[in-house]
Design a binder for this molecule. Structure first.
Ligand SMILES: *[C@@H]1O[C@H](CO)[C@@H](O)[C@H](O)[C@H]1NC(C)=O
Ligand SMILES: *[C@@H]1O[C@H](CO)[C@@H](O)[C@H](O)[C@H]1NC(C)=O
Ligand SMILES: *[C@@H]1O[C@H](CO)[C@@H](O)[C@H](O)[C@H]1NC(C)=O
Ligand SMILES: *[C@@H]1O[C@H](CO)[C@@H](O)[C@H](O)[C@H]1NC(C)=O
Ligand SMILES: *[C@@H]1O[C@H](CO)[C@@H](O)[C@H](O)[C@H]1NC(C)=O
Length: 453
């Protein structure tokens, strides 16, 4: 379609331009002729020169207009161009609803409304072409997706069935992922829509969270271990911490509740008990996120702020998490938050934009607007801290974690000041220069990438 409009637009505009040029020429000639009749014996050479001069100028203006018109007619879809953008994964024909990185960092899995589950290789993120392996969800579609710890399987929550389904990922001869086949369904237990799911990294349990106040803890075979009532009026978000120890939820009430899922020494399930809470927001909490060892958390609330917490506390002794700082957000409506595994970067997503903050200094680093026309549905850092991925509409955008590199440089500059020996200082200086050159190469590389488009 775009080509068609372009083809028809060119002649039409060219005709307009040509007519315009002829009219102009006539006007010009007219005035020249008038001038000539006034000062009869002027040298016509000068007039000729000026005529020659004006024409190319007009033509240049016209051709510029032409190009601009074509360009403004063409893009119907969002073309996100930002120096931090590493790539955009395309392939879905309708909205992407859920994303997850494999624990080994090698793959990203996405689930979409078009019934497709796609497995992408993170190795390709810097390339222009992105290959994927596709699985189809028969007679339904997945709303959320999570990898098993060994990356040999994944679970999805089914939209219509409102239950969990397990899929196996086959292996090709070279060891790379092959066929995606469905294995079995969990029993249908949730009354309200399942909004979030999780798998513990220790492989001991699975979590599913409904939009009412229910969270179910399951064995990996699909037996119910526990049903938790969050007492949060309506759940808005829940997850399993990356360390596998905790399940947490937020909702209409202004807190985040964190439970520890406990197992006996012989491996049998013991119980799920309250660990700690994040208290300090003044309205419902939309979303929250853990760093890789659960020593830090970040939360975002309807009260217009995000908060950064030190959760490395002895909760068994009733110690509460410490609030490290509070930042403001400019988005209205539902927001999502992601904390990088190393705890250095916070990204808040709202409306159809994202903002990166340095988690340690609370400083706003960068914001990228209008990335998903249909609104942002999910965002996540990869396990290596290198990328932040956002999903919405039909696309998945992969951003470089530039804030992370900058935060690393800042940390190192502090270390350099405190260095007690020359050897140590030299080592830190080397690290600073490494981080800076990585930064330069990312920014240089992706700038080139954008300009090439
Ligand atoms: C809260 O959950 C109940 C039970 O699922 C549901 O009927 C209700 O619409 C939800 N309210 C909101 C505001 O999401
Ligand atoms: C595991 O240990 C718990 C308590 O320590 C006990 O109640 C349970 O019966 C044991 N289970 C098995 C299968 O040994
Ligand atoms: C957030 O906004 C409040 C009120 O406008 C202001 O007092 C506070 O300094 C802001 N905080 C930051 C980190 O910008
Ligand atoms: C968490 O990330 C830090 C920094 O990247 C790393 O040093 C540490 O080993 C990670 N810890 C866990 C439990 O994965
Ligand atoms: C960003 O990536 C670099 C390189 O992988 C890593 O050292 C740094 O910790 C990351 N930072 C964040 C906040 O993810």
């Amino acid at each position: 379609m775009a080509d068609l409009t372009e083809a028809s637009a060119v002649p039409a505009l060219a005709v307009t331009a040509a007519v315009g040029a002829v009219v102009l020429l006539l006007v010009l000639l007219c005035s020249v002729w008038k001038k000539d009749t006034k000062d009869q014996k002027e040298d016509s050479g000068e007039n000729q020169v000026s005529k020659v001069k004006t024409e190319p100028v007009k033509q240049e203006k016209n051709s510029k207009k032409l190009k601009l018109n074509i360009r403004s007619k063409k893009p119907q879809q969002v073309q996100v161009t930002h120096p931090w953008l590493a790539s955009t994964l395309k392939g879905n024909s309708s909205a992407v609803l859920g994303i997850d990185f494999s624990p080994n960092g090698k793959y990203l899995i996405t689930t979409a409304e078009d019934r497709c589950v796609m497995l992408w290789s993170t190795k390709d993120f810097n390339q222009k072409e992105h290959k994927f392996i596709k699985g189809i969800v028969e007679l339904d579609h997945g709303t959320q997706v999570k990898f098993s710890p060994d990356t040999k399987a994944f679970i999805i929550s089914l939209a219509n069935e409102n239950a969990l389904r397990v899929y196996r990922i086959g292996k090709k001869d070279d060891g790379s992922p092959g066929n995606i086949t469905s294995a079995f369904d969990f029993p249908k237990v949730h009354q309200a829509d399942i909004i979030r799911i999780g798998i513990a990294s220790n492989g001991k349990y699975i979590m599913s969270c409904g939009s009412d106040t229910t969270i179910i803890i399951w064995t990996i075979k699909g037996e119910v271990l526990e049903s938790i009532d969050t007492h949060q009026m309506n759940n808005s978000f829940a997850c399993v911490s990356p360390c596998g120890r905790f399940v947490a939820s937020s909702g209409f009430t202004p807190d985040v509740k964190v439970w520890e899922v406990c197992f006996n020494k012989n491996g049998s399930y013991s119980d799920t008990k309250r660990a700690f809470e994040l208290k300090g927001h003044t309205a419902g909490v939309y979303s929250f996120s853990f760093n890789n060892d659960s020593s830090r958390m970040a939360s975002v609330s309807k009260d217009g702020t995000w908060k950064y917490w030190d959760t490395n506390v002895r909760y068994e002794m009733n110690q509460d998490p410490y609030l490290l700082h509070t930042g403001n957000i400019s988005y209205s409506g539902h927001c999502l938050i992601a904390l990088s595994p190393d705890g250095r970067t916070v990204t808040v997503g709202g409306e159809n934009s994202i903002t990166f903050f340095n988690a340690v200094s609370c400083k706003e680093e960068e914001s990228v607007d209008n990335i998903h026309l249909g609104g942002l549905v999910d965002l996540s850092f990869d396990t290596t801290n290198k990328y932040l991925v956002t999903a919405g509409d039909r696309y998945v955008h992969v951003f470089h974690n530039v804030t992370g590199y900058q935060a690393t440089v800042e940390d190192l500059l502090e270390k350099e000041k405190k260095a007690s020996s020359t050897a140590m200082r030299d080592r830190v200086r080397q690290q600073i220069s490494d981080a800076r050159s990585s930064l330069d190469s990312i920014l240089g590389q992706s700038n080139g990438h954008v300009n090439n488009k």
